[in-house]
Design a protein around this ligand. Sequence first.
Ligand SMILES: [Zn+2]
Length: 133
Amino acid sequence: MSTGFQGKFHRQNMLSRFAKDLVRRSRSKCELCEKGSVKLEVYELPPLEEEPSVDYCIFLCEECLKQITTPKKMIPAHWRCLNNALWSEVPAVQVLSVRILRRLAKAEQYWAQELLEHAYLEPSIDEWSLLSN
Ligand SMILES: [Zn+2]
């Protein structure tokens, strides 16, 4: 067994332990689109720290997760939900919202551009959002 495999296993193990906190934080709803009664998965916001932390994790439905991990499959209309997610109390959710909105703005979704222009972001959130895309 390589250490790489053990490392990955360890990480998965840690992430599954966060699930309980995430259920509470999200009230069992996708933290981006607020869909409930669906399967939610733990998404780690890149860049990954050596030790996973619940503060960098977001609970997402399969639809959001699919569109984030496969940008070619992005459906702009789906992301109108970021209107609310952008104001989340969870910094990681704000950061992810900003990143997706920037991606949409680049794809000439003017509403996304407008939303970004009117958003007030804490400097720390703004800095964090620029770390990786
Ligand atoms: Zn969702």
